[in-house]
Design a protein around this ligand. Structure first.
Ligand code: GLU
Length: 489
């Protein structure tokens, strides 16, 4: 098995692309196959300078490794199509020679004139195909001498696929089963553009053949191109690889998740945006794995290693799958909880330092430990500024509702207990707080609320015992003192 991920560097890697890469990777790893990365950079007009670098970096971030590729090398290189032009020209010439392709000289004006001649309600986008090619300037309508003459004069030309009507193009798709297209509906696709470079269709099949690709796994948006590819394979006498078209990723409101409607709904489309937003790579991988594939049971949390043993094309669905950011966030929570706080602390220390001047990694680790169950994103811990510094204000709404006439008094009395407490630990604090409440004969809330307000300034948060243990006696007492002075007056 040899599979490939063949992105075009026309933009940064998007989530659909990462899913395609992931499924290819998983299949290769599952079956001991080879995973090839090929950069399809023949469209110079849409070329984006740093797109290839982004693709490589994002794959690395996600933990998706490949066996052959532009930098890695391999026996089938080069792995950038811009470095393989000669081979495409050679195949195009063969196709012309065998009558499966032809040379066409029509300029933009001639093409537009043809379209406006044929445009009608029933035919809004007239094609260059068996119905129109006879009216055009090409090697099927011109004499051989005329063609040679035009070529020798250097008249710009393209090479087109000669699609014969009346055939049914059939191929079997590992996800969709048998797929059929009538050749009469397929246009005479340009294979070589007037700049001499191949189009995607030609370069793609030449490389898939030359690189020994056995399985083509890609997004459903490529399904309509596949009959052209099948015709090209047949014209060259090459085997058609196994095809597998992955279901579309749909927007939460329905319809394809296009860049535009994703942005409207606040859904990032580039993988780098997820990296910047601080998602765990395991979470995005886990989420994307289940966006189109299911394990056939209730399991949801899968590491990359788990996936390589569980994944199969048979369990890839046909129907579009809805993108659900909430679900991704849920995966992020699961993965965060499985990570060691020390590891997260090392990662977050630079941010904690910038925000709070926090230099103490052990302190940060402890803060993360107590917040982990409440975090969706790792950096959420930094949003709880009271973990690092005294609150500067107190939630007014909560105070006016729940700060009672005796709150200051209860709090001050508890401060005395705290100042005399022997064991300043989570457990010791819990025992003494409970004993205090019993002795005072007040309800839990009568102390807990003002205490939480004094320590954090907000109405909800982690265990107060853990919080006091973290910030220490001195800081706890100073925050209580400040709250009593500020809130009571
Ligand atoms: N270059 C195409 C892309 O950008 C590759 C499609 C395919 O896998 O054949 O997705």
């Amino acid at each position: 098995m040899r599979v490939r991920f063949a992105p075009s560097p026309t933009g940064y890697l998007h989530i659909g692309g990462l899913r395609t890469a992931l499924y290819n990777f998983l299949l290769a790893r599952r079956h001991g196959g080879t995973f090839v990365l090929r950069i399809e950079d023949t469209d110079r007009s849409r070329f984006v300078e740093d797109a290839e670098q982004d693709i490589l970096e994002m794959l690395r971030w996600a933990g998706i490794t490949y066996d052959e590729g532009p930098i890695t090398g391999g026996d089938f290189g080069p792995y950038r199509q811009s470095e393989r032009s000669a081979r495409y020209a050679e195949v195009a010439a063969q196709l012309v020679k065998s009558g499966n392709a032809y040379v066409a000289f029509d300029d933009d004006d001639a093409l537009e004139a043809m379209r406006s001649r044929h445009r009608s309600e029933n035919n809004p986008n007239p094609r260059y195909d068996h119905t129109t090619r006879g009216e055009m300037q090409n090697s099927l309508t011109l004499s051989a001498d005329a063609v040679d003459q035009l070529l020798s004069e250097g008249v710009p030309h393209v090479i087109r696929l000669n699609v014969r009507p009346g055939e049914t193009v059939v191929f079997s798709d590992a996800v969709r089963g048998e797929v059929r297209f009538e050749s009469a509906t397929i246009d005479d696709q340009v294979l070589i553009k007037s700049d001499g470079l191949p189009t995607y269709h030609l370069a793609n099949i030449v490389d898939d053949h030359d690189m020994g690709i056995t399985h083509v796994i890609r997004g459903e948006e490529w399904l309509p191109s596949t009959p052209k590819h099948v015709l090209l394979y047949q014209a060259m006498g090459w085997d058609v690889p196994t095809m597998a078209h992955l279901p579309l990723i749909l927007s939460p409101t329905g319809g394809k998740l296009s860049k535009r409607n994703a942005e409207k709904q606040g859904i990032p489309v580039s993988v780098s945006q997820y990296v910047e937003a601080g998602y765990e790579p395991e979470a995005l991988v886990n989420f994307l794995a289940l966006l189109g594939w299911n394990p056939g049971d209730e399991r949801e949390v899968f590491s990359l290693a788990d996936l390589t043993t569980a994944f199969s094309l048979e369990r890839v669905g046909q129907s579009g799958v809805q993108f659900d950011l909430q679900k991704l966030n849920w995966f992020n929570e699961q993965w965060l909880r499985s990570k060691a706080s020390s590891q997260l602390a090392t990662r977050l220390l630079p941010q904690a330092r910038a925000a709070f001047g926090c230099e103490d990694e052990a302190y940060l680790e402890q803060a993360i430990d107590m917040m982990k169950e409440r975090m969706t994103m790792a950096a959420d811990v930094l949003d709880a500024s009271y973990l690092f510094k005294a609150p500067e204000s107190y939630d007014e709404k909560a105070v006016s509702k729940r700060w009672k006439a005796n709150s200051s008094e209860v709090l001050s009395a508890f401060a005395v207990v705290l100042s005399e407490l022997d064991a300043w630990s989570e457990q010791g604090l819990e025992v003494s707080l409970k004993a205090f409440i019993d002795a005072q004969g007040v309800g839990m809330g009568a102390l807990m609320f003002p205490l939480r307000m004094a320590l954090s300034g907000v109405g909800g948060g982690p265990s107060l015992y853990a919080l006091m243990a973290l910030i220490g006696r001195e800081e706890t007492l100073s925050r209580i003192k400040r709250a009593v002075l500020t809130i009571a007056t």
